[in-house]
Design a protein around this ligand. Structure first.
Ligand code: C2E
Ligand code: CA
Ligand code: CA
Ligand code: CA
Length: 279
């Protein structure tokens, strides 16, 4: 853990001090975190690669831990998946994101489609689609404003069922994106069968594509393949102008990263201009 000023601990993946007893403590604290309202959704803009205009936002959960400060979801989401807490937490995230955007919509404010991360455990559980319909119904968010981001691990429980469910989502006008694309283990052939709309290139590829020729070739190949299949490509983790230029040249459609904006509370999102200033 790294101390980030008074009373704020940021926990990172791969941190040596993240050990079993810290996990056990966090796991315990997760049980009370939901009822004590310790979670908040941040939103990060996703922009048109060329114009820089905001096209959608991704909801990213934050945990304000009473003693550790901000704990990274890279740490607590895996714990929540181990304990099953991801089910109530995932439901909260989905409802909160829909409610936040529906509220803006109802007030006549500018809205963007909101992308929500869905754990594959959550997706594969019976009743997920019913729960989703209920949340859309109760919050009043138009379904065209909802996108779901899932990793290819949704296929592990049976590809046929996942394909069937995604087809249903498509019928409901909900956009589906495959997250962390290129980092999983499944063969690329599954893409042909999945009725998805988007793929998100993992930050690992973007990070060193300017210096690593193989990564640049992979990015180039994925974009070409995705476009052949009529899919939209999003690059995550864009931190520099040079990466933006390179991704534009390779035909990437949408970009997300600190170069444009970091994840931020809803109030800050509302104050953003349509066109983000970049240096
Ligand atoms: P992800 O879905 O791949 O989300 C992108 C992560 O990259 C976010 O980290 C975001 O803050 C970070 N990021 C975006 N642009 C940049 C950049 O330019 N540079 C760097 N260094 N990082 C960038 P975050 O918010 O810490 O979330 C980590 C992971 O936790 C997410 O990865 C996702 O897998 C999971 N997660 C976050 N919120 C939720 C949620 O509500 N539900 C579920 N199931 N998982 C979530
Ligand atoms: Ca994501
Ligand atoms: Ca990622
Ligand atoms: Ca992820």
């Amino acid at each position: 853990a790294k101390q980030q000023g008074r009373n704020t601990w940021q926990w990172y993946e791969g941190d040596e001090r993240r050990n079993i007893s810290e996990h056990a403590l966090l796991r315990h604290d997760l049980y009370t975190a939901l009822c004590e309202n310790q979670f908040e959704l941040y939103y990060q803009p996703i922009v048109d690669a060329v114009s820089g205009r905001i096209r959608s936002v991704e909801a990213l959960v934050r945990w304000h831990h009473p003693r550790h400060g901000l704990v990274s979801p890279g740490i607590f989401i895996p714990i929540a998946e181990q304990t099953g807490q991801i089910i109530p937490l995932g439901r909260w995230v989905l409802r909160q994101a829909c409610q936040n955007l529906a509220d803006l919509h109802a007030k006549g404010e500018r809205v963007f489609p909101v992308a929500v991360n869905i754990s594959s455990l959550q997706f594969r559980r019976d009743g997920f689609l019913d729960e989703l319909r209920r949340i859309l119904d109760e919050t009043g968010l138009p379904s065209e404003l909802l996108e779901l981001e899932m990793t290819e691990s949704i296929l592990l429980g049976g590809a046929k069922q996942a394909i069937e469910m995604i087809r249903t989502l498509r019928g409901m006008n909900i956009t589906v994106a495959i997250d962390d694309f290129g980092t999983g283990f499944s063969s690329l052939s599954y893409l042909r069968d999945l009725p998805i709309h988007k793929i998100k290139l993992d930050r690992a590829f973007i990070r060193d594509m300017l210096t690593n020729h193989s990564n640049a070739a992979i990015v180039q190949g994925i974009i070409a393949m995705a476009h052949h299949m009529g899919l939209v490509v999003v690059a995550e983790g864009v931190e520099e102008h040079e990466q933006q230029q390179d991704l534009i040249r390779r035909g990437c459609d949408l970009l997300q990263g600190f170069h444009f904006a970091k994840p931020m509370p809803l109030e800050s999102l509302r104050a953003l201009p349509d066109l983000l200033p970049v240096d």
